[in-house]
Design a protein around this ligand. Sequence first.
Ligand SMILES: Nc1nc2c(ncn2[C@@H]2O[C@H](COP(=O)(O)OP(=O)(O)OP(=O)(O)O)[C@@H](O)[C@H]2O)c(=O)[nH]1
Ligand SMILES: [Mg+2]
Length: 399
Amino acid sequence: MIIKRYVVNNMNEAMTRIRYELGSEAVIISQRKIRKPGIKGLFSHKIIEVTAAIENEISEQNQDVKESIEAIKKVVEQQNEIKAYPREPEKQVNSLHKNSEYAKERNTVNKKANSIDSTTDLMSEMKQMKTMISKLTSDNIPGNNKSDIEKMLEENDVDSEIIVNIMRKIENFKTKDELQTSEYEKLKLVLKEMIHVTKPSLQGRIVMVGPTGVGKTTTIAKLAGRLALVEKKKVGLITVDTYRIGAVEQLKTYADIMNIPFKVVYNMKDMDDAIESMNECEVVLIDTTGRSSKNKMQISELRTFVEKADTKNINLVLSSTTKNKDIKYIIEGYQILNYNSIIVTKLDETSTYGSILNILETAQKPLSFVTTGQNVPDDIKELSDDKIISLILGEDTIC
Ligand SMILES: Nc1nc2c(ncn2[C@@H]2O[C@H](COP(=O)(O)OP(=O)(O)OP(=O)(O)O)[C@@H](O)[C@H]2O)c(=O)[nH]1
Ligand SMILES: [Mg+2]
């Protein structure tokens, strides 16, 4: 019996680690809330100590399968010998094994395989054996069966291609203390290498681009609120609206409430004038209309406006609820806008967070913000890479 103790933040984390390290047969023996050791522990929230156990001896069923395999192996050997001496098989073989174990084994084999008296029977028995062997060994054949890590990443909606990539990286991951590093710890180190966050610069011109309805305008309102009302900065708002009637009103309402300058841009000349008129502002937030990434014309039109903004602070805004396949198309379609960072919205609308990894890995750009609800200006956050990793692995939630 293997008994292991886990100190974790929540049961979700405990289950993930137990399932990975001890397997799905493991049972939880006890769980209790404890405080972290030392003085600090008195003031921090309680953590959980979970004890789990698993039988480490080979199960009776597996033992049985092993015995059957051994028996069948011997039948195969004997059949080969019989084939080699077709005329007087018993005599020939017996003469080869005069005082050998043959007779004894033959008895055992006959017991186990008494229906094998022809090649056809043997073939069917071999087929069964193949199934048994693959069942017994499937866990040890790479790629044959999904590992617990793969299953867990899949459950958290990490894209299948990215999972393959992660597994390859884990396999090649070398640590100083190889024997002491579990695969789960390696997974975390691999994810840390893959996920990048950037400390967003909230200065100068900041542009938001992205598909329809992902939350660009709401995100701009949140940032404007934070900068103008909390940080007391001089903020201006520009909206590039060459398409949707009504889009203007939404941002204008926020600008009026916050009492900050607001301009609507319909053409390139307007863009120059609007930027010029906001020379005094420390931060100018520029909103754009949502575009389908499939419509290359619309995206190129948007590009000319974005280039006019002349800034390195261009954010691609994507919702965490976007399908994995669409993420690839959107990121590809928006590439010509040369965005520098990513904002992932609507994390409050999802229960798994693999999409954050899917978006960052596909875009190969760092994350600046995430948004977690409709409340302006509160529901916007910067996340550390460790927090993102624990979200992706299902150890933590955002709300
Ligand atoms: N649940 C949730 N809803 C959000 C979040 N951010 C924005 N929304 C909502 O999503 C809807 C669309 O938001 P908009 O800000 O208008 O989206 P947009 O990207 O500007 O849309 P277009 O201008 O049409 O391209 C609104 O109902 C917002 O309240 C978020 O973080 N969580
Ligand atoms: Mg909008």
